[in-house]
Structure formats: structure tokens, C-alpha cells
Write a protein that binds this ligand. Sequence first.
Ligand SMILES: CC(C)=CCC/C(C)=C/CC/C(C)=C/COP(=O)(O)OP(=O)(O)O
Length: 305
Amino acid sequence: MELNPIVTTDNSLREMEEERLENIMTKFLGDLNLTIRKLLFRVISTGPIPQHIAFIMDGNRRFAKKWKLTEGGGHKAGFLALMSVLKYCYEIGVKYVTVYAFSLDNFNRRPDEVQYVMDLMQEKIEGFLKELAIVNKYGVRVLFIGDLERLYEPVRIAAKKAMEATANNTHTYLLVCVAYTSSHEIPRAIYESCEEKSGGSGVVMNGNGSVNGDYSNGDESDDEVGIKVVDINKHMYMAVAPDPDILVRSSGETRLSNFLLWQTTNCVLYSPKALWPEMGMWEVVWGILKFQMNYKYLEKKKKQA
Ligand SMILES: CC(C)=CCC/C(C)=C/CC/C(C)=C/COP(=O)(O)OP(=O)(O)O
């Protein structure tokens, strides 16, 4: 009975020391990581830096399966990965980051999964709104891209608040594609440009759903509607940003899944093996190196276009 307090004190002293050592090691490794990252980013910055990187965040559910988590746990891990990837992109000097967070097709998933992702988005956007001082200090403008009417109401309200709250920021941009597919964006933009041309007096579509027009890049034409590519561009949701320089799809998949089909003509495609929650600094770095290796060719193509 009398020995117990002494044993407890010994143990707690040892535990305290172990905890201290662990903290020192964590800090040391953290500092080392930061130093390596800064050095690496400085080296990369000697080459051309992409203005815009777009990500298809694929593999959250496979990650959950791999680590025996719930499906929701996979999406939560995916959100954490998004935060790190964003940090690395902005640290390197990328101005625009676009993520495919939820496609229009994803609404066909099981209702409980759709609800989970909507709740997660609401929670994260509301959390983001509480950190506005930091967000505005770094000058991040957040834009939600897509058919926002399809979002569950609390998410839509939170998304609109986030867009309004960051509307004056111009340093970096985060474009979150939700309720988005290119096959929704493109016809919508064509329709709106026709409406604009016709002065809102209605657009006459051909029987097969197409619109008569000039699909060249800008020459005047005397056709029925006179729609040009530049007119359509203006009405794209993505008109707020230059076209992406790199499109990254995690989990080794190489499909585009109806994402930014209009905007990716001259864009490097990169599909690292990592599932989305496993994405980190190295995947961002490899993507940028791939862009730098193809830079001259891409620039030539852009000039020709
Ligand atoms: C506020 C904000 C931006 C939140 C983002 C939340 C988030 C990470 C959403 C991603 C959802 C999604 C459909 C991921 C794709 O992986 P998958 O489910 O298709 O995985 P699988 O390919 O393994 O099936």
C-alpha cells in the first residue's frame, strides 16, 4: 500500500519525459520537413510555375476500404488532403486551384452518402466562414462552380456566404466545382450566348438541339446567330479563371469524367497512383515537373490556338 505512490510518481515522471521527447522529435521533424519543402519549392520556382491546377479528387471510398474506415471517414480524409494540397499549391505560387468536389452524376449515389458529403461540405464551409480573418489575410477568393440550385439548401446558403465574404480577394483563387459536369456547363453557356445575341428574344435551336453559328475564334460572320467561341467562353462557369495548365486525377485513373472538357485542350494530364486522401507534396511537385517538361510545347500550342 505504501509503495504505490512512489511507483506512480516514477511512472508519471517517465511518461512526462517521454511526452516531452515526443514533442521535441515532432517539432524537429516538422521543422526539417518545412526546410526541405522550402528548398524544394525554391528549386521548382526557377522554372515556369503553372497558373492554374485542377484536381479530380478520386479514391476517397477506396481509401476508406483500404483502412477499414466508414465511407464518410474516407471523404473526411479527402477533405484533409484537399487542405494540404491547397497549401502546397499556394506556397509554390499557383494562383488558381480548381477541385471537382461533387459532380451532377454523384447525386445518383446512395442518398445517405449524398447526405454525408453535403453535411461535410456544410460543416467545412461554415468552419471556413469562422476563419475569415485568416482567409482574407491570405487573399483567397472562393468560388463555387456549377448548378448551385442542385445543392442542398444549407450548403447552398453557406457557399453563397463564402463567395460573398471573399469576393474582394484577388491573391489566390479556390474554385470548388459542385453539382458540375461539362455536359451541363457547355450547352448552358451556348444557350446563354445565343440569348445574349438575340437580345433575350428567344433562341431558335435546330431540331437536333444544335444552334446555327460560327464556331471560329472571333471572325465576324453573317450567319443566323453569329455565335463565336469567344462568346461561349464568356458564359462558361469557369470564365472566372484561365484554362488549367495541369489536370490531376488521383488514384491512377485516366478518365476525365465530364470535368472541364471545354477548358483542357492544352493541358498536361497527370494521374498519380495515390488515392485522393494520400495526395501530398510529392504528387503536387511531380505534376508541376511534368508541366515544366512540356512547357515549351504547350506554349506553342496555346499561341497557335
Ligand atoms: C467544402 C469542400 C470542398 C468539401 C469537399 C469534400 C470532399 C472531399 C468531397 C469529395 C467527394 C467525392 C465524390 C470524392 C470522390 O471519391 P469517390 O467517392 O469517387 O471514391 P472512389 O473513387 O474510391 O469510389
